[in-house]
Design a protein around this ligand. Structure first.
Ligand SMILES: NC(=O)c1ccc[n+]([C@@H]2O[C@H](COP(=O)([O-])OP(=O)(O)OC[C@H]3O[C@@H](n4cnc5c(N)ncnc54)[C@H](OP(=O)(O)O)[C@@H]3O)[C@@H](O)[C@H]2O)c1
Length: 276
């Protein structure tokens, strides 16, 4: 059964995004697939049922282009009811040897994994908010379990970028609730290590066979698809994240704290806010 009518998948040229795009298309969701590598987008067309995927090229780190991308996208696809932000990069840095840290690479990683997501969300929210007045809409963000517990010590900025994304998503979701968009569902996905190009030798040259690290992509994609279909409220966790988001787990408890404390803080702040 189709999960959505039409889904945008950003970062659909390899790995999780490509596999999810194909799975969605095979199950009846039209997909708009986005990435930088045009030849990969063209190849994707042949991996899915005819006519189920259309493509757009975008470098998400080209921040000034995001508003016009969003305008062109929503004009061409006004029925887009799901947006999957998935693109990402992962880089190793050794702050034990600070002279080896390339801050330009670090900045680009942060921009790719965090700032560009905020730009995309800002540009695409008006469409989702408007559509959610008449039907269920979905903003799905592919995060990382390393954003909750930074246990991969070699990738400090990656872990931090995902932690920033997680914090942003938590307040973004609450602001949609506060603004009355009850049918706009914001879902954060916490994958385990998955066998993709993210940690292959091309992207992380100090790893050998890194693309065979973690869960097989097909098994991950099937589980992701099943869990998205089960109407999750906040999170999809696969692998180590499952224990963190389960009742009593670290992230479960943090969300409970957030629920109560954000109300208390809002009340405490109210007398300091200028009347509109
Ligand atoms: N694999 C894992 O172990 C793992 C674990 C936890 C979380 N994740 C997350 O899962 C998501 C997908 O990663 P993956 O494992 O599937 O890696 P992947 O195979 O390397 O795919 C990354 C995707 O991101 C796109 N991308 C990167 N930079 C971009 C840019 N500037 N503009 C547009 N698209 C860009 C790539 O497309 P182009 O290069 O064609 O632009 C590609 O489609 C990421 O957010 C990653 O952090 C992965």
């Amino acid at each position: 059964m189709a999960l959505y009518k039409k889904a945008l998948v950003v970062g659909a040229t390899s790995g999780i995004g490509e596999a999810l795009a194909v799975k969605l298309a095979e199950t009846g969701t039209h997909v708009v697939a986005v990435g930088r590598r045009e030849e990969r987008l063209q190849a994707l067309l042949g991996k899915a049922p005819h006519g189920m995927i259309s493509t757009m090229v975008l470098d998400i780190t080209d921040l000034p282009s995001i508003a016009s991308f969003a305008a062109a996208l929503t004009a061409a696809h006004p029925d887009l009811d799901a947006i999957v932000l998935n693109s990402g990069v992962q880089r190793a840095f050794d702050f034990g040897k600070p002279e080896t840290v390339d801050l330009g690479t670090l900045e680009l990683e942060l921009k790719t994994n965090y700032t560009s997501y905020v730009y995309l969300v800002t540009a695409l929210l008006p469409h989702l908010q408007s559509l959610s007045k008449t039907k269920e809409t979905y903003l799905i963000l592919i995060s990382a379990t390393l954003g909750l517990v930074p246990s991969l010590v070699r990738t400090p900025n990656y872990n931090a970028s995902k932690a920033a994304l997680h914090s942003y998503i938590t307040t973004l979701r609450q602001q949609q609730i506060d603004a009355g968009f009850a049918q706009l569902h914001i879902i954060e996905v916490f994958p385990p290590a998955v066998q993709t190009e993210l940690h292959d030798t091309i992207h992380q040259p100090d790893l050998v066979g890194g693309d065979s690290l973690g869960m097989p992509l097909a098994a991950f994609t099937n589980e992701l698809f099943t869990k998205l279909g089960a109407d999750p409220k906040l999170f999809v966790g696969i692998g180590p994240a499952e224990a963190l988001i389960a009742e009593g787990g670290l992230e479960y408890q943090r969300q409970k704290l957030f629920e109560t404390q954000q109300i208390q803080v809002k009340a405490a702040l109210s007398k300091f806010l200028k009347k509109k």
